[in-house]
Design a protein around this ligand. Structure first.
Ligand code: ACM
Length: 629
């Protein structure tokens, strides 16, 4: 009897495969059975253009992976063992939501609108074995989908990632690939940071120099921001831009995947590329070049305001600037159907404005008492231009300084406080605070990660909560992760920086708040890593690397406390310069660094398998962190 029970238990257990979906759906009810994909598979749907496109791409993916014959049938009658897509007037399915029912007889996916069907398909793909995304295809004897009912819808309507295509340019095809990766996790907004000091990336037909001059800089390799100043003889061959046709193609590609593209023209700061093209736009006459990654801004820290070594701002006191912006926003508004245009507004260096006779005269004329009010005057005029093109304006939270423009939405990046303030004033808000959502930051220890000036670990990103206490939640449209690309030189690294933190942000923006749980999430992240490996998408394995906490025991002795972001890893270390493995000393309690040690080497293991990367920590670095001279 006991043996029979055990056997039964094992067989039931083995049937119930673990469902692991990111972002976590609102409701998942699983049964101990599976639907086996038939070799001849129908996707059945009503006659509907958008659904047909979704079904066509699903069919292509299924047949490429399985080798099965997958057919589209616009019949609207369910057939046994098929995938049945249907749009329903059922008001119980919220916006972008879906109901996915997998039985042993087939799959039914219902939504109130095509976007919901699209998200249901993303979930369905995550229910299939990881080989469904494999490159190259790996044949399986059977493709089984767990029997399950999933009811799901997003928590927020704005689920974004910002990609900076100025500091490093990414081609139209590379942006499409990025969209493909985003939508797997139900992101629906791509914010393109199209202009900055290092490049102007969008064709403006009425202002051709923006791309003839403004899109090109000198190609340098090393650490951006610390490059040698370019010589006049060095060719400006690095860069690129999107033509009107490119933008139209990208917008359509995104639309077919239910992604809006938010264009950003970052003004009045960060405008060197525009100034290099049209020098009359700056308050400070001179000769200007697109920045090639050499230092030109100073960030003194210690509460001091940053300043420019040259003037990289559009001149708010020059009427020509508003004529220029009218032309730019006319074309931008025509190209991008999304209801918002982002005008930047962040990090305007003020040191040249302080000295400018033009600004002084304008302050007198317009009765502006300080430079915050000068910037606010500029932003309000920009809002009028953008509104006149039929668009709403959004800007970084600096647009609050000196008084917010009447209709502006605010993207809060210097923490949540700008967003809180804007919401208190009744304005719409998108949250993208550095503390949780800056995916350009390092995701682990600086001795391992490519250098960036700050760190954001996955566990911290997962704590992102877009609605702060005490604000009107209806004004918080959602949030986004921001990927600045000063230190992102290629698409593999673009992926590395985006994943897995993009998973965390996706879940913060999609899943019900009460469904979020770090241990559960991190286990699903590990499952996603297997899919990313199969799909040849790079991700950061930093959750496997230990966290160092360094302190001083006495004036000469360093204490090291080690921990890990996820459970179940053992940490092994050496101080003798050799490489530790699982047979080396296992970390159990804070360590004292031996007096003469030169390096501490650390690695994590699980089940006899190295999980983390070999961390080589110089003792000089430990001493620095401990504050020992
Ligand atoms: C920003 O990170 N400067 C918006």
């Amino acid at each position: 009897m006991a043996a029979a029970c055990t056997a039964l238990f094992i067989s039931v257990q083995s049937q119930k495969s673990t469902i692991s979906i990111i972002p976590q759906p609102a409701s998942v009810v699983q049964e101990d059975a599976g639907f086996i994909l038939p070799h001849e598979l129908f996707i059945i749907l009503p006659q509907h253009e958008e659904l047909k496109k979704i079904a066509g791409r699903l069919a292509a993916q299924l047949s490429a992976a399985t080798g099965y014959d997958v057919k589209i049938n616009e019949g609207n009658t369910p057939v046994r063992k098929s995938i049945f897509l249907s749009l329903s007037g059922d008001k119980s399915i919220p916006k972008e939501g879906y109901r996915l029912q997998v039985t042993t007889n087939g799959i039914t996916l219902t939504a109130a609108e095509p976007a919901g069907i699209f998200y249901g398909v993303q979930t369905l793909l995550q229910l299939l074995p990881k080989e469904i995304v494999s490159k190259p295809a790996i044949k399986k004897d059977e493709w089984v989908i767990p029997v399950v009912t999933i009811e799901d819808h997003p928590r927020f309507g704005w689920r974004g990632i910002m990609l900076d295509v100025s500091r490093h340019f990414f081609t139209k095809e590379q942006v499409k690939e990025y969209i493909d990766e985003m939508v797997k996790y139900k992101f629906n907004l791509l914010h393109l940071h199209l202009t900055d000091d290092q490049g102007w990336r969008i064709e403006i037909k009425s202002l051709p120099k923006l791309t003839e001059v403004g899109s090109w800089r000198v190609d340098k390799t090393g650490t951006f921001g610390k490059f040698s100043p370019p010589a006049p003889s060095e060719p400006r061959t690095s860069g690129g831009f999107y033509t009107h046709d490119d933008i139209k193609e990208l917008v359509q590609y995104a639309k077919d995947r239910f992604v809006n593209i938010l264009p950003e023209i970052d003004i009045p700061g960060h405008s060197l590329a525009a100034i290099a093209s049209y020098p009359e736009l700056v308050c400070t006459p001179g000769t200007y070049k697109v920045n090639s990654g050499e230092q030109f801004m100073i960030w003194p820290g210690g509460g001091q305001h940053f300043y420019g070594l040259l003037d990289n701002t559009l001149c708010p006191a020059n009427e020509k600037v508003y004529e220029f912006l009218d032309k730019v926003f006319t074309e931008v508004a025509q190209l991008f159907p999304f209801e918002y245009i982002h005008m930047g507004g962040d990090e305007t260096a003020r040191n040249f404005w302080e000295k400018s006779p033009l600004i002084k005269a304008m302050m007198k004329k317009e009765k502006l008492k300080d430079l915050n009010e000068v910037q606010s005057y500029f932003v309000k005029r920009v809002e009028k231009i953008i509104n006149a093109k039929g668009k709403k304006m959004i800007g970084w939270d600096e647009i609050l300084d000196g008084g917010l423009a009447p209709n502006a939405a605010v993207m809060s990046w210097r923490g949540m406080k700008g967003g809180i303030e804007a919401a208190k004033q009744g304005h719409e808000v998108v949250m993208s605070p550095t503390d949780f959502a800056y995916i350009d930051y390092m995701q682990g220890d600086a001795v391992l990660e490519p250098p960036v000036y700050a760190t954001l670990r996955l566990k911290k990103a997962y704590q992102f909560e877009p609605v702060p206490e005490g604000v009107n939640a209806a004004l918080i449209k959602g949030g986004q992760a921001n990927l600045w690309t000063e230190q992102v030189y290629n698409t593999r690294h673009l992926q590395y920086m985006t994943w897995p933190r993009g998973f965390a942000i996706a879940e913060a923006l999609w899943s019900p708040k009460d469904k979020r749980d770090w241990n559960n999430f991190s286990a699903r992240v590990e499952k996603q890593f297997e899919r990313s490996d199969a799909a040849q998408v790079k991700y950061a394995p930093s959750i496997y690397d230990p966290i160092f906490e360094v302190s001083k025991k006495d004036t000469a002795t360093i204490m090291v406390k080690l921990s890990t972001e996820i459970d179940g890893l053992s940490i092994h270390y050496s101080f003798d310069n050799s490489f530790p493995d699982q047979y080396y000393a296992k970390y159990t309690a804070p360590l004292t660094v031996p007096k003469d040690a030169v390096t501490m080497k650390v690695i994590t293991y699980r089940d006899n398998k190295a999980m983390g990367r070999m961390m080589v920590m110089p003792v000089t670095e430990l001493r620095r962190r401990a504050g020992i001279k």
